[in-house]
Ligand binder design. Structure first.
Ligand SMILES: [Zn+2]
Ligand SMILES: [Zn+2]
Length: 382
């Protein structure tokens, strides 16, 4: 049982053309396949609405329907919506993009796409920068080589040979868009618009191309870009330099430059977030008798006093001697971890002396360090 066309569109019987158009447009939006991909109900609803709109948007068909109902339409050329796929149906109406086409039959109800395409933005480019440990900690200004599009100097980016200009595109007559007309049964004519392939939407073409850039307005160039690396940057982070990428064409914005940071490992230092960890190697004898050691902190030596009986894994902390907080205030801490070196090779004489030392040692000589594992755990906070 077919539903009344006015009911389908949800309009009164005396609705004017504008109201009918508006009602169909609303239904089409609701049923669009981008929103209702596998919804057969949406497909059926749209087909029903399309048929109703086909009839009611045409004055003759509408009059015949008003007087005789469905019988009045017999013999008229009607679109066979049943046998058109859902996606195809939308393509017929809306040219693939819902807002990219004009439905001429409805007096341009979708709004004609006018004006040329915006000037294309330049490409984003990538570069890599290797830093020493200290450069990453304190920041540095370095240079990277970047291969990217630059505005052609010969034609100042216009793409036209010196002394010549640009002229209207003969294909689209300056609109930057091409129109393709198709008709569908009794429904009327449809215009599908797309970007002009001759001028790529610009609306103009060069009469004679610039010899340097062959009309593109851009040339591939290797540039040296200074990069201010902020203090505290870490391995694997990426810096974005806005506008330092490839040039845009014909007034388009330039792209961005992304610099990936790689930081060399350090023999003695490790990063733990903003904290620095330093491994202080001392001999078994130094740890036993006590000693004065120097830690080459990144901003000057630190004198470290080790008392007699210093245990492996002992940690000494120095506030604000670590890594500056990236784009923030203050610095992390420096933690010096004692590593006791145990002899690997001994002469006979050394062995004998140690044997003698052992014979003279008692329980009081070695007092186990109960907190050893806790210390190890405390070295790395993160
Ligand atoms: Zn064109
Ligand atoms: Zn040029």
């Amino acid at each position: 049982m077919k539903r009344d066309y006015y009911d389908v569109l949800g309009v009164r019987r005396d609705a004017d053309a504008g109201e009918i158009k508006k009602a169909f447009r609303k239904l089409a939006r609701e049923c669009h396949p981008d929103v209702n991909q596998h919804d057969s109900e949406a497909e059926a609803r749209f087909k029903e609405a399309a048929e109703a709109y086909e009839v009611l948007s045409d004055a003759d068909s509408r009059a015949a329907y008003d007087h005789y109902g469905f019988d009045g339409l017999r013999g008229r050329q009607m679109t066979d919506f049943e046998h058109v796929g859902f996606g195809d149906l939308f393509n017929i109406f809306f040219g693939g993009g819902m807002f990219d086409s004009v439905l001429r039959d409805a007096g341009g109800m979708w709004g004609a796409a006018t004006g040329s395409a915006p000037a294309p933005r330049g490409d984003d480019v990538e570069a890599r920068l290797e830093l020493t440990f200290a450069e990453a900690v304190f920041g540095v200004t370095r240079e990277v080589e970047v291969k990217a599009d630059a505005t052609c100097e010969t034609c100042s980016g216009s793409g036209a040979k010196t002394g010549t200009g640009r002229e209207q595109c003969p294909q689209c007559h300056g609109s930057g868009r091409m129109r393709e007309v198709s008709s569908l049964g009794g429904f009327g004519q449809f215009i599908r618009t797309s970007t002009c392939t001759v001028c790529r939407g610009q609306g103009t073409i060069v009469k004679e191309p610039c010899e340097t850039c062959l009309g593109t307005g851009r040339v591939r160039q290797t540039r040296v870009v200074p990069v201010d690396v902020p203090a505290g940057i870490a391995d694997g982070q990426r810096l974005r330099l806005a506008g330092d990428g490839g040039a845009g064409s014909r007034g388009g914005r330039p792209g961005d430059l992304y610099v990936s940071i790689a930081v060399e490992a350090h023999d003695h230092f490790r990063r733990d977030g903003d904290d620095l960890i330093y491994r202080l190697d001392v001999t078994m004898v130094e740890a036993t008798l006590g000693t004065t050691a120097y830690v080459p902190a990144l901003d000057g030596d630190i004198e470290v006093q080790l008392k007699p009986g210093t245990q492996p894994g002992e940690v000494k902390s120095y506030r604000s001697r670590g890594v500056p907080v990236l784009q923030g205030y203050g610095r992390g801490d420096l933690r010096v971890v004692v590593n006791v070196l145990v002899p690997r090779q001994l002469t006979e004489e050394q062995s004998e002396l140690l044997e003698q030392f052992s014979a003279l040692s008692g329980e009081a000589t070695y007092e186990p360090d109960q907190s050893f594992l806790d210390k190890v755990r405390a070295v790395f906070r993160q």
